[in-house]
Structure formats: C-alpha cells, structure tokens
Write a new protein. Structure first.
Lengths: 715, 80
C-alpha cells in the first residue's frame, strides 16, 4: 500500500525545510484546483514502501479565513491522507499546538514533529516529549529539519502509525464550557440525523465550525437543509454568551482551545533551566536592524547592494546567453536561404525567444537573493518597517520588494518583480502591487531615457532621477486609485509573525530559485514563442508591393552605375534603410501605427513613434531599435544610439515636450508581454488584460495633457 | 493595576490581555495567533513610524497595526 502523508504546520515552523530534506529536488509542483496556492508533492521510500508526501500550505489555524487554510482543510477532508505530520516550532510550542489541536479535533491520524529542538536547548529549555505524547495521545518526535536530524524516525513513526490507525479517525473532544458544550451536543445530533458531511468529518467538528461562523460549513449546512435548525441553536447560545460574558462563541472557542493547550503544557511539558528572560540573538540584531533611524538607512543599503550585486552578477551570464543567441541566429541565417522562412526563424523565433531567455540568469540571481532575504527573516522586518508608508496607498508592507525588483532602483525588471509579489499573503494588496509594479523604471526603459535625454536635455542623470521618481509616484497614486475603486476593501489585517533570524539552507534557496526559473523557461517555450511570431508577422506582412520593390532595386542599379567603393556602399545602405522604412510603414504594424496617428498626435507621436511603441509591447528594448528602422537609419544598438538622438534633435516634428510626453508614455504604458503573461499567471488573464488597457489609457492621458499644455502655453 | 488599550502601552512595558473586542476575520486572526485573555505580552518594539507595534508572547514575536491593537485591552502595572 502507498501511504499518503500530509505535512502541516505554521509558516516559519520549518515545514518546507523538512519537506525539502525528505524529498530533495524530486518535487512535483502544481496548483490546488481553482486557487493560486501551490501544491508540492514528493515520494520517499520508507521501509521499502513508497510514501507520497504532500506539503500543505503553512497555516496557523484551520478556519476558512484564508485560501491557504481552506486548501489545507479541504485536502484533509476530501483526500483523507493516511496521516498528517505536523511540524511544530518547539520554541513557541503553545501557539504551534493550536493547529495541532485542531487537527486532532478533526480526528485525522496526526503525528507531531517538535522541530528546532536545537534552538530550544539554546534557550535553556527542555521539552518532555514523552509527557506531551502521553497527554495528547499522539506520537511525538524530536527533529531538527535543517540538519535532517529526526527525519528518519519521523517517517518511520508516521508509516507505522498510519498502518496502525488504518484510516480510522478519532476526534479529540475539548470542553468549551457548559453553555457551548450543550449547544454543540444538540447541534451534533441534528447534524448526524441530516447526514451533513457524513463520512467526511466528525459531526461534532461540524457543529464547532458552525458556531465559529465558518462560511464554508454554514453554506453546506444551508444546502443540506439542516442549516436553519443549527442557526436557531447557534443564535440562542450566541445571544446568551453576549448577555452574560459580552463575547461571542467564536471567541470563547479560541479561548478554551488555548486554555486546553495551556493546561497540557503546564503539566511539566516545558522545563526552563534559566528562569531569567534572556535577550535572544534575534532581539539583539533587531535592536539595530529595526532601529528608528539606523533601520531605514540599513534597509536602503541592503536593498541597494542586493540590487547592485544582482545586476552586476547577472550581467555576465546574460552576456553569454546574448552572444550565444546572436551566434545561433547568424549560423542559422547562413544555412537557410534568404526569404520569409529565414526571417521567421531568425528574427521572429530566435530573436523573440532568445531575448526572453536572456532574462533567465537575472531571474536566478534575483530570486536566490530574495529567497535568502525571505528565509533569513529579514523580509518580514522590511514589511514591518515600511507598512505605515505603504498602507497610506492601500498597499502592504511586503509590497516594497516587488517594487524594488521591478525597477524601483533603475535597471530592474517587472518579470521577477511581479513574481516576487507572491510573498504577499493578502489578496487585494497583492493585486494592487502586481498591477502597479510595472510602472517602475525597468532596465529596458533606460535606453529610451538615455536616447531622449541626450537629444533634448543637458543632464541625463537628472532626467533619469525624475523618471525613477515618476515610476514610484505613478505606482503609489494608481495603487491608491485602484484600492479606492475596483479593488476597494478594508486593508487586510497586518497580523504577522516576525520569525527569529535564521541562516537559510542552501537546498531551500536552490529549490525555490530553480522552480521560478524553470516556470519562466517553460513560458518562453510556449506562450512567448507564439506571441513573438505574431509580432514578427505584424512587422513583416504584407511586404512592399512589387512596384515599390522594383523602384528601390532600380535606384540601386542606378547608383551602381554612378558610384563605386565606399561611397557606393554608403549610398546603397541609405537606399536599403529607406526600403526597410517603407516596408515597415506598409506592414500591418505600420498601418496600425498610421491609423492611430490622428489620436496620438495629441501627445505629439507620429506613425514612426507609434510603430516603435507597438514593438515595445514585445519588449521595451525594441522601442529604440524600431525607432531606428522607422527613421531609416538602419540597425540601432540600444546602448549606442547617438546617431538616432542627433536625428531626433534635428527633426522639426520633435521638441522638448514631444520628448517629455514620450518619456512619460514609455514609463507608464502597457507592460511588455512577458510581464503580461507573468501577471496572468500570478493574478488572472482578466487583470493582465486590464493592465494593458488601463496603463495605456492612463499613460496616454498624462502624455497628451503634458504635450498639449507644454506646447500651447510654455513654448 | 491599570486597564488600558494595547495602543497605549509603552516600549518594554508588560501586560496581560484582558479582552479582545468584536468578532469576524480580524479578531479571529488575532486570536488564532495566541492573543487570548490571560496571555502575557511585552511590547518589544515599534516600527520607525511608530506603527505597527511588535509584541513578544508565548515565545515568539508578533506585529500588528495600531488599528488592530485598538481592539485589545490589556491589564498592566502602573508605570509612569
């Protein structure tokens, strides 16, 4: 028989470390049906038998309060794993037992792993494992997940206990005081009679959940028809509780549950050898890292160095990948005959997918740093320090990381930025963060800033500074607007644990980072490949009519008769560039660009800028290179654009305000499609499409206003 | 002895939770984390902008916003 074991536990209790240690890198990652909560599974061998382990999301309780808790509960009730291994942080035993007791009340065979026993010893405390096991009537094992200590015993014990129990659930009965107990008993009878959730969970448990006003259970009871009867009892006892104690059943239940835990622990389970409350290592660090003045300064320093390290380290392998794809494109280009197929493969597929895969090293470096900050406990401190500021804008303390990664410090990238929003546990704030993070000055927007700054302003650094600031301001303002309109709602409570500082495990950082990178690579091979081809087609078809091609050909022939040598090459290049310009204008993208011209003129953009902006949707890097093509000056390297900036400076249709309008537009308009795909994965396609439409409208409104006011009144 | 709101507690001040007002998602979350009547707490820090507040209870550190702390009443020794 293959035994299925679920790993449950509080966040930061070491559950994931235990899972990694048990399964190594052989994990399967998926999603629970209908929600974005990750489901991790792995198989281990215990006593020569395979054991399937499911890592449930970290939760503090088993209410229907958050998607994580609901998912964990549904899995236990519906899939009925043979055993639950509950990992507890033994340094805060009481709070960790709160989940354990709820598992026992459900009755599912449970085995406790007292984790971080090394830290307990360091605190000068002892936990009597046998006593705890006796009092709770479940097996208790001591573990140190980081070093893998106790892992074997835990698995063996889980295996044996699962066999012994053989699927039998034995719910723990806790007394909730005479008033509630009476109501619970009465409700239990009705539940048994009605057959509500029969064979899924104990009737008494259903009654308790009903009293706790658990929405999911109440809905099920209403469907079943027994709901009205239960409501009657629950309302009566609820009124009684309020009249006598000024409290509610759900509050009493929590009080009694913690009371039960305290009564267990007080029977000599914990022995303290050093009675004085000594200042722990973590507290000492916090005295500095969250200090009123030093804290914010150090945070900026840490963020900046992380950022600097990411981009200077990531740049090297990124360069290798770029050179590889260039070499690959040239090699394939030499093999294939000229024509559409070659253009599709070289410009469309290799160019598109290669450009996207070029981000992989960046994502790897960035995520190993983020995972490090998160696992070490520092991320929670950042959220704690910044929450007051972020909350003003309807965001959450944890929103700061996605913003920084997206380009809050210029040069970031919204792709890992949006992915980093996953650490936010509150739905509304997470959505607002995902939608606004792409306003930041990502690395691909920087060349546009440099190009325009060089052409129209004296000091590029100042332009860069204002653009960066503009990104932050836009993100904050839009977040505020979204949170007061379509993502309206009370701020999610900020009730967060500050876990002790810990050295992250190498395996944990490795697994987490690799997963993110692999997800991204898979996307590059599917959705992104398809979109690259579409964009390539839009900029290639229908191609110039025969007459025009012939006219350019004729011009070349004429030139060849009148010039030679270097001058001839230059003249030919000029004609080639003009031909590319004409072809681009004639293409679908060109036609779209031209058709929008009457509207975009309001912001000072002509058809050439429009094409570049359309191309920028593929990747913002494309903006500078397509401007090059549409201004007929041939290939323009995004890093070396002085030729183009001279051209723009001398073009009569450009002035300072055209440049400002374009800068604003590029900063704020639709995220590049790689970001859009990632947004769809992290939120939904609906929100991803919303961001394209909303951001573009928002960007255009501001650009057009600035251009109109600027050209009408300030020139 | 004094009965005060958690928000009014000073740094390093100790107290015992007396009451958590109200019901619903917010207070349920607070209770799930171990803030129930009778729990001993110590204020161990405040964020640079005075909000949120960091508490030590049951061997771990919990942070919550002043807005959430307003639901919680604490019994403390007079300490001026």
């Amino acid at each position: 028989m293959t035994i299925t074991a679920a790993l449950a536990g509080n966040p930061n209790a070491g559950k994931t470390t235990m899972f990694n240690s048990m399964t190594g890198a052989k994990q399967r990652v998926g999603n629970y049906p209908g929600v974005t909560v990750e489901k991790r599974e792995g198989t281990v061998t215990v006593n020569d038998n395979p054991m399937n382990i499911v890592d449930l999301p970290g939760t503090y309780s088993l209410t229907a309060y958050s998607p994580e808790e609901l998912v964990a509960r549904d899995f236990l009730i519906k899939e009925r794993p043979h055993i639950v291994m509950n990992v507890l942080d033994a340094t805060s035993l009481e709070r960790n037992l709160y989940l354990a007791v709820q598992l026992m009340e459900l009755g599912i065979p449970t085995i406790l792993a007292l984790n971080m026993m090394d830290a307990v010893k360091k605190q000068g405390k002892e936990i009597d494992r046998k006593k705890l096991s006796e009092l709770l009537n479940v097996p208790v094992i001591e573990t140190i997940a980081r070093s893998g200590k106790g892992k074997k015993e835990l698995l063996n014990e889980a295996y044996n206990y699962a066999k012994e129990k053989d699927g039998a659930w034995e719910p723990l009965h806790i007394s909730y005081g005479s008033d509630l107990d009476e109501a619970i008993d009465e409700m239990t009878e009705f539940i048994v009679e009605s057959g509500l959730l029969k064979n899924q969970c104990p009737a008494r448990w259903v009654a308790i959940k009903f009293l706790e006003e658990d929405e999911q259970i109440i809905d099920l009871a209403m469907e079943n028809g027994v709901g009205n009867k239960l409501t009657e009892i629950s309302d009566k006892v609820s009124k009684h509780c309020y009249d006598t104690f000024k409290t509610y059943p759900e509050a009493l239940i929590a009080d009694y549950r913690y009371g039960y835990i305290a009564s267990v622990v007080k029977q000599g389970v914990i022995k303290s050898n050093t009675p004085e409350n000594r200042i722990e290592f973590s507290d000492k660090i916090d005295k500095v890292l969250t200090h009123r003045f030093a804290g914010p300064v150090l945070m900026l320093a840490i963020l900046y160095s992380m950022f600097y390290l990411t981009f200077s380290l990531g740049e090297i392998p990124m360069g290798w990948l770029e050179s590889f794809f260039e070499w690959f494109a040239v090699t394939i280009g030499n093999i294939l005959p000229d024509g559409l197929v070659k253009s599709l493969i070289v410009d469309g597929i290799i160019g598109g997918v290669g450009g996207v895969l070029g981000f992989v090293p960046l994502i790897i470096v960035m995520f190993s740093m983020i995972t490090f900050l998160e696992d070490s406990g520092y991320m929670a401190r950042m959220a704690y320090m910044l929450d007051r500021v972020m909350r003003t804008f309807g965001l959450h303390g944890s929103s700061v990381m996605p913003f920084i990664v997206s380009g809050g410090i210029p040069g970031g990238c919204a792709v890992p930025g949006v992915m980093a929003a996953r650490t936010l546990r509150s739905e509304k704030e997470k959505l607002a963060t995902i939608l606004t993070a792409p306003f930041m000055s990502c690395g691909a927007k920087v060349p546009v800033v440099i190009l325009l700054a060089a052409a129209f302003f004296d000091n590029s650094a100042i332009v860069m500074f204002w653009t960066t600031l503009g990104g932050w301001v836009a993100a904050f303002i839009v977040a505020r607007i979204l949170r007061s309109t379509i993502i309206r709602g009370e701020a999610t409570p900020f009730v967060m644990e500050l876990p002790p500082y810990r050295m992250p495990t190498l395996l944990g950082v490795f697994i987490h980072t690799w997963e993110r990178a692999w997800q991204y690579i898979k996307k590059a091979g599917t959705v992104i490949l398809a979109i690259s081809v579409i964009i390539w087609a839009a900029m290639t078809f229908p191609g110039l009519p025969q007459d025009d091609i012939k006219s350019f050909e004729d011009q070349r022939v004429t030139l060849k008769l009148s010039y030679q040598g270097k001058i001839l090459d230059e003249k030919i290049l000029e004609i080639n560039n003009l031909e590319n310009q004409a072809a681009l204008r004639y293409s679908i993208a060109g036609k779209i660009g031209s058709s929008f011209e009457p509207l975009t003129k309001l912001a000072g953009f002509d058809w050439r800028t429009n094409i570049a902006l359309l191309g920028g949707f593929a990747a913002k890097e494309v903006i500078v290179s397509s401007l090059g093509t549409s201004y007929a000056i041939g290939e323009v390297d995004a890093e070396e654009s002085s030729g183009l900036s001279m051209k723009l400076k001398n073009d009569p249709s450009w002035n300072k305000f055209t440049a400002i309008a374009l800068l604003i537009f590029v900063l704020l308009y639709a995220p590049c499609f790689v970001t859009v795909v990632v947004m769809a994965k992290e939120a939904s396609w609906k929100w991803a499409l919303f961001s394209i439409v909303f951001n573009t409208t928002f960007a255009f409104t501001i650009s057009a206003s600035v251009y109109q006011i600027g050209t009408k009144f300030l020139m | 002895m004094a009965i005060i709101k958690l928000r009014e507690m000073k740094l390093n001040q100790e107290g015992i939770i007396r009451e958590i007002e109200g019901k619903g998602d917010l207070t349920r979350k607070i209770r799930d984390m171990g803030i129930v009547p009778g729990t001993e707490i110590t204020v161990i820090g405040r964020a640079p902008l005075k909000d949120p507040v960091a508490l030590r209870l049951k061997g771990f550190t919990l942070t919550l916003r002043n807005k959430e702390a307003d639901f919680i009443t604490v019994e403390t020794e007079e300490k001026k």
